[in-house]
Design a binder for this molecule. Sequence first.
Ligand SMILES: [Zn+2]
Length: 145
Amino acid sequence: MNFKEKLAKFFAGRYGGDSLNTVLNAFSVAALIAAVIVFGASGTAAAKVISLILWLVSLGLLGLGLFRTFSRNLTARRAEYEWYRSHIAAPIAKRRREARTRREQSATHRFFKCPGCGQTVRVPKGKGKIRITCPKCGKVFEKKS
Ligand SMILES: [Zn+2]
């Protein structure tokens, strides 16, 4: 078996990378940079301890990413990824989309949160004081458009 075949055999059945690993790696690098900055900023004992902690966090995140990449337990890694996607990545993407929509429509519309259920409600701008009925829960409230 040559080196290439050995390498292929080693990687066969292993999980590999996903976007959760990319995030773990990014935070690992960020923690490492922070550790260097804190260490260089002052020579106090407290700075050294904080720097050490940041360095350990960086190493831990790096190790976790590598562990996930080389793991053979695909079911567990996919479950982790699915949790990350639905609990972290998707809500962040949704908030960004909503913020962009608000920016794009800010000249013509105003956005309010329903006091009853928290649903965002969009109304046309410049109609004075108006009565808004929440489309989700039916609560009626007044706002200045
Ligand atoms: Zn509501």
